[in-house]
Write a new protein. Structure first.
Length: 256
């Protein structure tokens, strides 16, 4: 019975119900041993339910705050789709399954449109939310526009702090929009600040790193951006058949 009592008291403290243990102790003192066991069992189930519901609500809040647009998990991804996805499966799952506060995900997905880069990036973000981490998902174009707008409104420092705040930042579709000199410098500031803070960064791009000089203002900025992005990151080169086409075919088969 002492084990059950300790579990209940620890759970009440974890739930920040500071004065409950004192009240429970008084109540148990007025009961017979059999009643005490029943009371502790009830309290244990109440604590477990409260913990479960709070965790579910916290995950939902983090997912909403992440602004994924669409929730995509690793369970929904078919790694048997092609030789390419079979090849990256084990390495990807190591990154995905070992996400922790002290081991934030750092990954770059490089490849043609439609091969599943965004799905796998979102899955890392969704798993991070489940692990209690803060996440933000946005496209490279959105990030550039928000930074430039903040600079015009003299709120640049605030915007960079906002982009540095989440433990995991997911930048989607890097390579579809060119950055001017200002945009390139601001993008680098965010990447550099997060790199120096040891924060998580997940990027999807349709360009090889050698082509980054095509979207950033000059070779120098492109080089330092790549340097910060790839440091300690797992790089997934994704080519081959369209994963979107595969998804459509799978859906069609299910309807038949």
């Amino acid at each position: 019975m002492e084990t059950e009592k300790q579990y209940v008291y620890t759970s009440l403290k974890d739930l920040k119900l500071k004065y409950f243990p004192e009240i429970v102790e008084i109540g148990l003192g007025d009961q017979e041993p059999k009643q005490q066991i029943q009371t502790l069992d009830l309290l244990k189930r109440c604590c477990e339910k409260e913990k479960s519901e709070r965790r579910t609500a916290q995950i939902a809040a983090r997912v909403k705050s992440a602004k994924f647009r669409q929730i995509q998990s690793v369970e929904q991804y078919d790694f048997n789709h092609s030789k390419m996805t079979q090849r990256i499966k084990n390495t990807y799952l190591v990154v995905h399954n070992n996400i922790e506060k002290d081991n934030l995900p750092k990954a770059i997905f490089v490849g043609n449109p439609g091969v599943g880069k965004t799905h796998l990036a979102r899955a890392l973000g969704y798993s991070s939310c489940q692990k209690g981490l803060s996440v933000l998902f946005l496209t490279a174009a959105e990030m550039a526009n928000q930074l430039l707008q903040a600079q015009k409104l003299a709120q640049l420092e605030k915007e960079i702090a906002r982009l540095k705040k989440p433990q995991v930042l997911i930048i989607d579709e890097l390579g579809y929009v060119d950055f001017d000199v200002q945009g390139s410098q601001l993008f680098f500031q965010v990447i550099s600040a997060r790199h120096d803070a040891g924060l998580g960064l997940v990027v999807t791009t349709n360009l090889n790193f050698s082509q980054f000089n095509q979207i950033f203002a000059n070779e120098a900025v492109a080089t330092v951006v790549v340097d910060r992005m790839v440091n300690e990151a797992e790089i997934f080169y994704m080519e081959g058949e369209s994963y979107r086409k595969h998804q459509r075919e799978m859906k069609a088969q299910k309807k038949e």
